[in-house]
Design a protein around this ligand. Structure first.
Ligand code: NAP
Length: 250
Protein backbone atom coordinates (compact mmCIF):
# COMPACT_ATOMS: atom_id res chain seq x y z
CA UNK A 1 0.00 0.00 0.00
CA UNK A 2 1.34 3.49 -0.84
CA UNK A 3 0.67 5.77 2.11
CA UNK A 4 0.31 9.48 1.39
CA UNK A 5 0.76 10.89 4.88
CA UNK A 6 2.59 10.03 8.05
CA UNK A 7 1.30 10.00 11.61
CA UNK A 8 3.96 10.19 14.34
CA UNK A 9 2.96 8.44 17.57
CA UNK A 10 5.33 8.95 20.50
CA UNK A 11 5.73 6.19 23.07
CA UNK A 12 4.06 3.73 20.70
CA UNK A 13 5.72 0.46 21.66
CA UNK A 14 2.86 -0.50 23.97
CA UNK A 15 -0.39 0.67 25.57
CA UNK A 16 -2.43 3.52 24.13
CA UNK A 17 0.35 4.51 21.71
CA UNK A 18 0.57 1.03 20.20
CA UNK A 19 -3.23 0.82 19.84
CA UNK A 20 -3.20 4.22 18.11
CA UNK A 21 -0.39 3.21 15.74
CA UNK A 22 -2.33 0.06 14.77
CA UNK A 23 -5.52 2.02 14.04
CA UNK A 24 -3.65 4.67 12.03
CA UNK A 25 -2.05 1.95 9.89
CA UNK A 26 -5.46 0.31 9.37
CA UNK A 27 -6.83 3.66 8.21
CA UNK A 28 -4.14 3.87 5.53
CA UNK A 29 -1.46 6.07 7.08
CA UNK A 30 2.29 5.59 7.30
CA UNK A 31 3.19 5.38 10.99
CA UNK A 32 6.19 6.26 13.13
CA UNK A 33 6.38 3.98 16.18
CA UNK A 34 8.51 6.11 18.48
CA UNK A 35 10.04 4.61 21.62
CA UNK A 36 12.57 5.57 24.28
CA UNK A 37 14.01 2.30 25.63
CA UNK A 38 12.02 -0.76 24.56
CA UNK A 39 13.33 -1.26 21.01
CA UNK A 40 12.12 -4.86 20.79
CA UNK A 41 8.42 -4.00 21.31
CA UNK A 42 8.51 -1.04 18.93
CA UNK A 43 10.38 -2.96 16.22
CA UNK A 44 7.98 -5.91 16.56
CA UNK A 45 4.93 -3.63 16.22
CA UNK A 46 6.41 -1.80 13.20
CA UNK A 47 7.13 -5.17 11.55
CA UNK A 48 3.52 -6.29 12.14
CA UNK A 49 2.20 -3.05 10.62
CA UNK A 50 4.45 -3.54 7.58
CA UNK A 51 3.18 -7.13 7.25
CA UNK A 52 -0.32 -5.63 7.15
CA UNK A 53 0.73 -3.46 4.18
CA UNK A 54 1.47 -0.12 5.87
CA UNK A 55 4.70 1.86 5.85
CA UNK A 56 5.94 1.83 9.44
CA UNK A 57 9.22 2.80 11.08
CA UNK A 58 10.26 2.24 14.68
CA UNK A 59 12.36 5.25 15.68
CA UNK A 60 14.17 5.74 18.97
CA UNK A 61 14.01 9.18 20.59
CA UNK A 62 13.57 10.17 24.21
CA UNK A 63 11.06 12.98 23.68
CA UNK A 64 12.67 15.02 26.46
CA UNK A 65 16.01 15.04 24.59
CA UNK A 66 16.01 17.78 21.95
CA UNK A 67 18.84 16.29 19.86
CA UNK A 68 17.08 12.91 19.70
CA UNK A 69 13.77 14.55 18.73
CA UNK A 70 15.46 16.55 15.96
CA UNK A 71 17.21 13.43 14.64
CA UNK A 72 13.89 11.54 14.59
CA UNK A 73 12.09 14.25 12.63
CA UNK A 74 14.99 14.46 10.14
CA UNK A 75 14.71 10.73 9.50
CA UNK A 76 10.94 10.95 9.08
CA UNK A 77 11.39 13.73 6.51
CA UNK A 78 13.97 11.67 4.61
CA UNK A 79 12.21 8.30 4.64
CA UNK A 80 8.43 8.73 4.89
CA UNK A 81 5.52 10.69 3.33
CA UNK A 82 4.83 14.20 4.70
CA UNK A 83 3.79 14.42 8.35
CA UNK A 84 0.05 15.05 8.73
CA UNK A 85 -0.37 14.14 12.37
CA UNK A 86 1.37 13.90 15.72
CA UNK A 87 0.13 12.04 18.77
CA UNK A 88 1.97 13.27 21.86
CA UNK A 89 1.39 10.04 23.75
CA UNK A 90 4.72 9.36 25.52
CA UNK A 91 4.19 9.91 29.22
CA UNK A 92 5.32 8.70 32.62
CA UNK A 93 4.06 8.42 36.18
CA UNK A 94 6.16 7.84 39.28
CA UNK A 95 5.47 5.90 42.47
CA UNK A 96 2.79 7.24 44.82
CA UNK A 97 4.08 10.09 46.98
CA UNK A 98 2.93 13.27 48.69
CA UNK A 99 4.25 16.59 47.40
CA UNK A 100 6.28 17.01 50.60
CA UNK A 101 8.15 13.82 49.68
CA UNK A 102 8.98 14.62 46.03
CA UNK A 103 12.62 15.13 45.10
CA UNK A 104 13.92 17.57 42.50
CA UNK A 105 15.01 14.82 40.11
CA UNK A 106 11.53 13.32 40.06
CA UNK A 107 9.93 16.71 39.37
CA UNK A 108 12.39 17.55 36.57
CA UNK A 109 11.86 14.16 34.91
CA UNK A 110 8.06 14.35 35.15
CA UNK A 111 7.86 17.75 33.49
CA UNK A 112 10.71 17.03 31.03
CA UNK A 113 8.96 13.98 29.55
CA UNK A 114 5.28 14.86 29.91
CA UNK A 115 5.42 18.59 29.13
CA UNK A 116 8.72 19.59 27.49
CA UNK A 117 8.69 16.43 25.35
CA UNK A 118 5.23 17.31 24.04
CA UNK A 119 6.32 20.88 23.26
CA UNK A 120 9.46 19.71 21.39
CA UNK A 121 7.58 17.20 19.23
CA UNK A 122 4.75 19.67 18.55
CA UNK A 123 7.26 22.35 17.58
CA UNK A 124 8.87 20.07 15.00
CA UNK A 125 5.48 18.91 13.69
CA UNK A 126 4.16 22.49 13.37
CA UNK A 127 7.29 23.50 11.41
CA UNK A 128 6.44 20.80 8.88
CA UNK A 129 2.62 20.96 8.82
CA UNK A 130 1.83 24.68 9.13
CA UNK A 131 0.84 26.51 5.95
CA UNK A 132 2.92 29.38 7.38
CA UNK A 133 5.98 27.19 6.79
CA UNK A 134 4.83 25.82 3.40
CA UNK A 135 3.12 22.71 4.80
CA UNK A 136 -0.32 21.30 4.04
CA UNK A 137 -1.84 21.36 7.53
CA UNK A 138 -2.47 18.50 9.92
CA UNK A 139 -3.58 17.58 13.41
CA UNK A 140 -1.99 17.12 16.82
CA UNK A 141 -3.51 15.08 19.63
CA UNK A 142 -2.03 15.43 23.11
CA UNK A 143 -2.52 12.80 25.82
CA UNK A 144 -3.72 14.56 28.94
CA UNK A 145 -5.55 12.78 31.77
CA UNK A 146 -8.62 13.26 33.97
CA UNK A 147 -5.93 13.61 36.66
CA UNK A 148 -5.59 17.20 35.35
CA UNK A 149 -9.07 17.86 36.83
CA UNK A 150 -8.78 15.68 39.93
CA UNK A 151 -5.23 16.60 41.05
CA UNK A 152 -4.40 13.06 42.27
CA UNK A 153 -3.76 13.98 45.93
CA UNK A 154 -1.53 11.58 47.87
CA UNK A 155 -0.67 9.74 44.63
CA UNK A 156 1.06 11.94 42.09
CA UNK A 157 0.14 15.61 42.08
CA UNK A 158 3.26 16.14 39.90
CA UNK A 159 1.80 13.93 37.16
CA UNK A 160 -1.63 15.58 37.45
CA UNK A 161 -0.05 19.05 37.21
CA UNK A 162 1.96 18.01 34.16
CA UNK A 163 -1.32 17.00 32.49
CA UNK A 164 -2.88 20.31 33.55
CA UNK A 165 -0.03 21.95 31.63
CA UNK A 166 -0.91 19.76 28.63
CA UNK A 167 -4.52 21.03 28.74
CA UNK A 168 -3.36 24.66 28.66
CA UNK A 169 -0.77 23.86 25.98
CA UNK A 170 -3.54 22.27 23.87
CA UNK A 171 -5.85 25.28 24.09
CA UNK A 172 -3.04 27.78 23.45
CA UNK A 173 -1.41 25.96 20.54
CA UNK A 174 -4.82 25.24 18.99
CA UNK A 175 -5.57 28.96 18.83
CA UNK A 176 -2.03 29.83 17.72
CA UNK A 177 -2.12 27.60 14.62
CA UNK A 178 -5.87 27.43 13.87
CA UNK A 179 -5.50 29.65 10.79
CA UNK A 180 -2.50 27.62 9.57
CA UNK A 181 -4.36 24.38 8.80
CA UNK A 182 -3.50 22.64 12.06
CA UNK A 183 -6.01 21.38 14.64
CA UNK A 184 -4.80 20.63 18.17
CA UNK A 185 -6.85 18.63 20.66
CA UNK A 186 -6.33 16.58 23.80
CA UNK A 187 -7.77 13.29 24.99
CA UNK A 188 -8.15 12.89 28.75
CA UNK A 189 -8.26 9.17 29.56
CA UNK A 190 -9.55 7.92 32.90
CA UNK A 191 -8.43 4.55 34.30
CA UNK A 192 -7.10 2.59 31.32
CA UNK A 193 -5.76 -0.95 31.57
CA UNK A 194 -2.12 -0.55 30.46
CA UNK A 195 1.33 -1.13 31.92
CA UNK A 196 1.67 2.49 33.10
CA UNK A 197 0.17 1.47 36.46
CA UNK A 198 2.90 -1.13 37.04
CA UNK A 199 5.51 1.54 36.27
CA UNK A 200 3.92 3.58 39.08
CA UNK A 201 4.35 0.60 41.43
CA UNK A 202 0.69 -0.56 41.43
CA UNK A 203 0.13 -3.15 38.70
CA UNK A 204 -3.46 -3.93 39.79
CA UNK A 205 -4.51 -0.26 39.91
CA UNK A 206 -6.54 -0.30 36.67
CA UNK A 207 -8.60 -3.34 37.66
CA UNK A 208 -9.11 -2.25 41.29
CA UNK A 209 -9.97 1.41 40.60
CA UNK A 210 -11.73 0.66 37.35
CA UNK A 211 -14.42 -1.29 39.18
CA UNK A 212 -15.20 1.83 41.27
CA UNK A 213 -15.86 4.07 38.23
CA UNK A 214 -19.36 4.89 36.94
CA UNK A 215 -19.01 2.30 34.14
CA UNK A 216 -17.62 -0.19 36.69
CA UNK A 217 -14.59 -1.18 34.61
CA UNK A 218 -11.32 0.27 33.33
CA UNK A 219 -11.13 1.42 29.72
CA UNK A 220 -8.98 -0.27 27.11
CA UNK A 221 -6.16 1.20 25.07
CA UNK A 222 -8.25 0.65 21.95
CA UNK A 223 -11.13 2.71 23.34
CA UNK A 224 -8.78 5.66 23.82
CA UNK A 225 -7.14 5.11 20.42
CA UNK A 226 -10.55 5.33 18.71
CA UNK A 227 -11.01 8.85 20.10
CA UNK A 228 -7.47 9.82 19.08
CA UNK A 229 -7.84 8.68 15.47
CA UNK A 230 -11.17 10.49 15.22
CA UNK A 231 -9.51 13.72 16.36
CA UNK A 232 -6.71 13.12 13.82
CA UNK A 233 -9.18 12.53 10.99
CA UNK A 234 -10.98 14.93 8.67
CA UNK A 235 -14.21 13.83 10.36
CA UNK A 236 -13.13 16.16 13.20
CA UNK A 237 -12.47 19.04 10.78
CA UNK A 238 -14.12 21.76 12.97
CA UNK A 239 -12.83 20.43 16.29
CA UNK A 240 -9.82 22.22 17.74
CA UNK A 241 -8.80 23.21 21.25
CA UNK A 242 -11.05 20.46 22.66
CA UNK A 243 -10.27 18.42 25.79
CA UNK A 244 -12.11 15.14 25.26
CA UNK A 245 -12.65 12.97 28.35
CA UNK A 246 -12.49 9.23 27.56
CA UNK A 247 -13.04 8.17 31.11
CA UNK A 248 -16.17 6.06 31.47
CA UNK A 249 -17.95 8.86 33.34
CA UNK A 250 -15.15 9.48 35.84
P1 NAP B 1 2.49 2.98 29.05
O1 NAP B 1 1.82 1.66 28.81
O2 NAP B 1 3.35 3.14 30.26
O3 NAP B 1 3.32 3.34 27.74
C1 NAP B 1 4.05 4.54 27.71
C2 NAP B 1 4.98 4.50 26.54
O4 NAP B 1 5.70 5.75 26.55
C3 NAP B 1 5.99 3.39 26.60
O5 NAP B 1 5.93 2.67 25.40
C4 NAP B 1 7.33 4.10 26.75
O6 NAP B 1 8.32 3.56 25.89
C5 NAP B 1 7.03 5.49 26.24
N1 NAP B 1 7.88 6.51 26.83
C6 NAP B 1 8.10 6.76 28.15
N2 NAP B 1 8.96 7.77 28.30
C7 NAP B 1 9.31 8.14 27.03
C8 NAP B 1 10.17 9.14 26.51
N3 NAP B 1 10.88 9.95 27.32
N4 NAP B 1 10.28 9.27 25.17
C9 NAP B 1 9.58 8.45 24.32
N5 NAP B 1 8.76 7.49 24.77
C10 NAP B 1 8.62 7.35 26.10
O7 NAP B 1 1.42 4.18 29.10
P2 NAP B 1 -0.10 4.32 28.59
O8 NAP B 1 -0.98 3.92 29.70
O9 NAP B 1 -0.26 3.71 27.25
O10 NAP B 1 -0.19 5.91 28.51
C11 NAP B 1 -0.02 6.65 27.32
C12 NAP B 1 -0.37 8.09 27.61
O11 NAP B 1 -1.70 8.17 28.11
C13 NAP B 1 0.52 8.76 28.65
O12 NAP B 1 0.77 10.10 28.28
C14 NAP B 1 -0.32 8.71 29.91
O13 NAP B 1 0.01 9.72 30.83
C15 NAP B 1 -1.70 8.88 29.34
N6 NAP B 1 -2.75 8.37 30.24
C16 NAP B 1 -2.82 7.04 30.57
C17 NAP B 1 -3.81 6.62 31.46
C18 NAP B 1 -3.95 5.17 31.88
O14 NAP B 1 -4.73 4.88 32.81
N7 NAP B 1 -3.24 4.23 31.26
C19 NAP B 1 -4.72 7.53 32.00
C20 NAP B 1 -4.61 8.87 31.65
C21 NAP B 1 -3.63 9.28 30.77
P3 NAP B 1 9.69 2.89 26.40
O15 NAP B 1 9.26 1.66 27.17
O16 NAP B 1 10.43 2.58 25.16
O17 NAP B 1 10.34 3.92 27.25
Amino acid sequence: MKNERTIVVTGAGRGIGAATARLCAQRGDAVVVNYARDAASAEALAARLRDGGAQALALQADVSDEAQVLAMFHRIHAELPPIAGLVNNAGIVDVAARVDEMGLQRLHRMFAVNVVGSFLCAREAVKRMSTRHGGHGGAIVNLSSVAAKLGSPGLYVDYAASKGAIDTFTVGLAREVAAEGIRVNAVRPGIIDTEIHASGGHAERARELGAQQPMQRPGTADEVAQAIVWLLSDEASYTTGALLDVAGGR
